[in-house]
Design a protein around this ligand. Structure first.
Ligand code: ADP
Ligand code: MG
Length: 265
């Protein structure tokens, strides 16, 4: 991030405790407008908790500072200010594609027929042309994820939080979805925070990859990804990619072993 760009998000000493469990400890992070930041870390290290704080679902501990769009805010002020795709993003079985997509707009009181029209216009870009009236059970896994992503994009906020959106997809579908997401991201110019447990995915997508430490989670390592965009299959076989992957994997493994060790003892 250049010195002159004001971060859209600036976290200082962000911590979160649930009863006896400290999930996050002193997370410090600045995110530039339009940046694509990917987060990796061992299971249970607090990645989803970070998103709960940033989407206003939970409040951070006292002493945490959150600056959003250059204003100091409380977690709860962020409710409705960011687009959030939770890890388990359930489409409502009884709503068709369009009505699932407009759900957040409807909840904030938008005009339903206008929202439907907007959603209709987005269908082709999300590979869903002709599927407006289909219900979730009539769609493939990749399509359901695209409906959930369309819902997140349709709720137009500058900051998007995506929690392992492709975690459940097979490798081929996943690769296609990654490329497609980069296209859509470049067109819509949003800021993205993206959680994944897949290092290749983190490098392929991100401008920057953050490795989180074992619980209590903090930022352990940060790597800038200078691979040129648009990225294609060649990117993942380049020497830069391989060397980044080695560094990141080493850091993740070290943290995962801590989690594993804690379980053993
Ligand atoms: P990750 O997404 O990195 O796998 P989570 O953020 O889901 O990890 O969880 C981090 C830790 O916080 C875990 O130990 C989890 O059990 C705990 N935790 C998360 N949410 C809650 C909650 N609402 N109440 C109590 N404990 C929670
Ligand atoms: Mg999680």
């Amino acid at each position: 991030m250049s010195e002159t760009t004001k971060p859209i998000l600036d976290l200082r000493n962000l911590s979160k405790t649930f009863g006896e469990v400290q999930a996050l400890s002193n997370v410090n992070l600045k995110v530039a407008p339009g940046e694509f930041v990917t987060l990796v870390g061992p299971s249970g290290c607090g990645k989803s908790t970070l998103f709960s704080l940033l989407s206003g679902l939970e409040d951070a501990d006292a002493g945490s500072t959150v600056r959003f769009e250059d204003r100091s805010v409380m977690s709860k002020d962020l409710l409705g200010k960011v687009s959030f795709m939770p890890q388990r993003d359930l489409l409502l079985a009884w709503r068709n594609v369009i009505d699932n997509a407009i759900l957040p707009l409807e909840m904030e009181g938008a005009n339903r027929s206008q929202a439907r029209k907007q959603a209709q216009r987005m269908l082709p870009e999300f590979g869903l042309a002709g599927f407006a009236d289909k219900f979730p059970h009539e769609l493939s896994g990749g399509m359901r994820q695209r409906v959930a992503l369309m819902r997140t994009f349709l709720f137009k906020r500058d900051l998007m939080l995506l929690d392992e959106p492709f975690g459940a997809l097979d490798a081929l579908t996943r690769t296609m979805m990654q490329r497609w997401l980069l296209d859509v991201w470049q067109k819509h110019k949003r800021t993205v925070l993206f959680i994944t447990h897949d290092v290749d995915e983190a490098i392929f997508l991100g401008d920057r990859v953050l490795v989180m430490s074992a619980r209590p989670g903090g930022i352990k390592l940060e790597r800038k990804i200078d691979l040129p965009r648009p990225r294609n299959a060649d990117a993942v076989t380049s020497p830069e990619f391989i060397s980044l992957k080695r560094d990141l994997l080493e850091a993740i493994e070290e943290e995962s072993m801590k989690t594993f060790g804690a379980v053993q003892t």
